[in-house]
Design a protein around this ligand. Structure first.
Ligand code: BES
Ligand code: MN
Ligand code: ZN
Length: 498
């Protein structure tokens, strides 16, 4: 998809489809008002006779309207002007893409970024257009053998802005939005693949391909021997029941001065979580192919950062393996020594995410990171607490937590702060080792995070539990790519702050 800012009248007017918005009660938006004049008051009449309400998300296509040069006009309801904010703006854009994709238009002029949206500048309004268009037009790389429906013809989207200054800001916004879009697509593609295709080795191949596509990225892959040499006893315990070899993926991006401390993003890459000897129930076990979503998300964020050439240093670490039962699998009551030296009694082999992550967090210390953020589909308890709307956010650093929380708001990929620390870590006491890997049902998302907290110690660290947000179940089943938008926004704003 090509995105561009447009100011010149001809490019705007000749579009295959003009997308304009109108508020409730016949209160036409900026572009709709102009086009209404060309159409001899048609839009106003549609409001008057009750055919058009302007309710948020409403769409009406006017094919071959006489009086305007556009081949089609797509009217989008914006709701009330008073309530029109960030969320409503994005919702309106979503409705616009859905409707546009059904038309035969190959190019569109989107006028919605001309509307005034509380607190949003032109750059953001344009960025949201690219983000929403990319996300909505994403197609699962399915393995269906039936005839594929024709892809939408839409290939070029112009975003109308008022003047040259607006065009400059919008161009930058579109660049950011498209980068988020391609990071999101990479992440969703990987997570949507079946676990017999998306294995630890496959994830490593995708990370190597990133390094090939972007010279600014260096990828290092450690195999089982490399992981053994690092003494990652907890990671090795999880993988030992599987026939698929594990991988530790390390991608380094250098966009800033060599000695500038990097941000470290760590992802959980369990390509299938059967639970191991603490086997899961069959219903929905298939969804555990998404248990590598954290790993996919940090690789997606890496891609976006490289595409944007952000002036930061970024290190992405993905610990990836399967969690399987077998004669050689780790057993409940086994005790292992982590890379940090702390011993762990594995009471439940299904609490495997924290085991691979604790070693990855210890490994991240060698980069002397400015901050470490781990991303994981860590607990069912987080879904019970927050549903599918918010990712869980735990941190030992107030400023870092605030940064991530506001990034989630801006990116429309929100996270909600949950507690972490000593009280919950106390639930993880073991009579036989330094710490147990489970601590009862109460506060499950926070005890899991507090296990990691024991390893993060003095690092500026945050944890995103995306168990409820990384994928959708039911008819919509598939990866959402969250929290790629949050992560990219966080990194962009790190640049602005420094
Ligand atoms: N990958 C799961 C978490 C999960 C469960 C994500 C359901 C999405 C849906 C994780 O490895 C796990 O199994 N966690 C256990 C922890 C428990 C044994 C303490 C859980 O949440 O049940
Ligand atoms: Mn598990
Ligand atoms: Zn898991």
């Amino acid at each position: 998809m090509e995105f561009k800012a447009i100011i010149d009248a001809k490019a705007r007017n000749d579009a295959g489809c003009a997308v304009v918005g109108g508020y409730e009660e016949g209160d036409l938006g900026i572009a709709a008002g102009q086009i209404d004049k060309q159409l001899d008051g048609l839009i106003g009449k549609l409001h008057g006779n009750g055919d058009l309400s302007g309710k948020l998300g409403e769409v009406m296509l006017l094919p071959t309207p006489a009086g305007t040069a556009a081949a089609r006009v797509l009217l989008i309801g914006l709701g009330t002007r008073a309530a029109f904010g960030r969320k409503q703006y994005r919702k309106a854009l979503q409705s616009a893409v859905q409707a546009l994709a059904k038309t035969g238009a190959s190019d569109a002029a989107v006028y919605l970024a001309l509307e005034v949206v509380a607190d949003l500048d032109v750059q953001y309004r344009a960025r949201a257009v690219a983000e929403v268009f990319c996300a909505q037009l994403y197609k699962i790389p399915d393995l269906k053998t039936s005839a594929k429906p024709k892809p939408p013809r839409l290939s070029s989207v112009g975003v109308a802005v008022a003047d040259a200054r607006g065009a400059k800001a919008a161009t930058e916004g579109l660049r950011i939005g498209a980068a988020v879009g391609s990071g999101l697509a990479l992440s969703r593609d990987m997570a949507n693949l079946p676990p017999n295709v998306c294995t630890p080795r496959y994830m490593a191949t995708r990370a190597q391909r990133l390094a090939k596509d972007f010279p600014s990225i260096k990828t290092k892959i450690l195999d089982e021997n490399g992981i053994k040499a690092l003494k990652m006893g907890a990671f090795l315990a999880v993988t030992q029941g599987s026939d698929q070899p594990p991988r530790l993926i390390v991608c380094e991006y250098r966009g800033a001065k060599k000695n500038a401390a990097p941000i470290c993003l760590i992802g959980k890459g369990i390509t299938f979580d059967s639970g191991g000897i603490s086997l899961k129930d069959p219903p929905a076990m298939d969804e555990m192919k998404f248990d590598m979503s954290g790993g996919a998300a940090v690789l997606g964020a890496m891609r976006a950062v490289a595409e944007l050439e952000l002036p930061i240093n970024l290190v992405v670490i993905v610990a990836t393996c399967e969690n399987m039962p077998s004669g050689g699998a780790v057993k409940p009551a086994d005790i292992v020594t982590t890379m940090s030296g702390q011993t762990v009694e594995i009471l439940n082999t299904d609490a495997e995410g924290r085991l691979i992550l604790c070693d990855a967090i210890t490994y991240s210390r060698r980069f002397k990171p400015a901050a470490v953020v781990d991303v994981a589909t860590l607990t069912g308890a987080c879904i019970v607490a927050l549903g599918n709307h918010f990712s869980g956010l735990m941190s030992n650093d107030e400023a870092l937590a605030d940064e991530l929380e506001s990034a989630g708001v801006r990116a429309d990929d929100r996270a909600w702060r949950l507690p972490v620390g000593e009280e919950y870590a106390d639930q993880l006491k073991s009579n036989f080792a330094d710490i147990a890997n489970v601590g009862g049902r109460e506060g499950g998302a926070s005890t899991a995070a507090s296990f990691l907290w024991k390893f993060a110690k003095d690092l500026q660290w945050a944890h995103l539990d995306v168990a409820g947000t990384a994928w959708l179940s039911g008819a919509q089943k598939g990866s959402t790519g969250r929290p790629v938008p949050l992560l990219v926004d966080f990194l962009i704003n790190r640049v602005r702050a420094t």
